[in-house]
Design a protein around this ligand. Structure first.
Ligand SMILES: Nc1ncnc2c1ncn2[C@@H]1O[C@H](COP(=O)(O)OP(=O)(O)OP(=O)(O)O)[C@@H](O)[C@H]1O
Length: 234
């Protein structure tokens, strides 16, 4: 097994404001991050420093201007997300990178159970087994059974977040990205998330998260990495 799951090096990212005469906003310059199997790294830093931007790069949502984002797949092969083709990025998201965003992107008419089972179905897991695992995880996160067959569009913020969490933890992704995973949760469900993160670490997953809840961060993170605004980092 490789001694890292994620190795990002020399990452730079800026935004061009086309509506303001092409003004360029640099956000990350020569950023790097290495995460080992079984390790959870928390991104910290002031608002606007670039934490979400870094997360979006690690997810393949944004392209990097410079640098490499090396990701070790479960079979030991390595991909560079920064230069991967759209097809490779889709493959990495299907098999390797799990993501729990702060807000659920609701797909109309798709029931919560299907939303959660989707990552397993995409990997070819038998439908019955995928749905059973999804149901078990939703129950563990205390989402009432009567909601499982309903589309999450009308769910409360905390209910939607639990659907999102179940989707991110239902498959054994080698890399799991967590964007404020407990922001809308009550104390009991926060404990479930802390346990899920612990179990993911125990099976050797690498996790990167933004945790504004410092108690949760203190209990799950092995290391805190500061993302500093460029003028301070320079
Ligand atoms: N798509 C975009 N276009 C232009 N500027 C952007 C874009 N996304 C982010 N930025 C800018 O990049 C900087 C970093 O934003 P980012 O959301 O990564 O910060 P953050 O550290 O996650 O902040 P917070 O803790 O407040 O969520 C900010 O100045 C923001 O305005």
């Amino acid at each position: 097994m490789s001694d890292w799951v994620l190795k990002a090096e020399g990452l730079s990212k800026g935004f061009t404001l086309h509506l303001q005469g092409g003004v360029r906003i640099p956000v990350l310059r020569d950023a790097g991050l290495v995460v080992a199997p079984g390790e959870c790294v928390a991104l910290s830093g002031p608002s606007g420093a670039g934490k979400s931007t870094l997360m979006r790069l690690l997810q393949g949502n944004y392209g990097a201007d410079e640098g490499a984002i090396l990701i070790c797949r479960a079979d030991g092969s390595v991909a560079d997300l920064a230069t991967a083709s759209p097809r490779e990025v889709n493959g990495l998201r299907r098999d390797t990178i799990g993501h729990v965003s702060q807000f659920l992107r609701v797909i109309p008419r798709v029931p919560a159970l299907e939303v959660v089972a989707a990552p397993l179905l995409a990997r070819g897991v038998a439908r019955e087994l995928a749905l059973a695992r999804a149901q078990a995880l939703l129950r563990r996160l205390n989402l009432p059974d009567r909601l499982h067959a309903l589309p999450p569009a009308t769910f409360s913020g905390g209910e939607q977040q639990r659907v999102n969490l179940a989707r991110g933890f239902v498959a054994d992704f080698p890399l799991v990205l967590l964007d404020e995973p407990t922001a809308s949760l009550d104390a009991a469900n926060r404990e479930v998330v802390i346990a899920l993160i612990g179990e993911a670490k125990a099976r050797g997953a690498a996790l990167v998260g933004i945790f504004h809840d410092l108690d949760v961060r203190g209990r799950v993170a092995d290391r805190v990495v500061e993302v500093l605004p460029l003028r301070e980092a320079a």
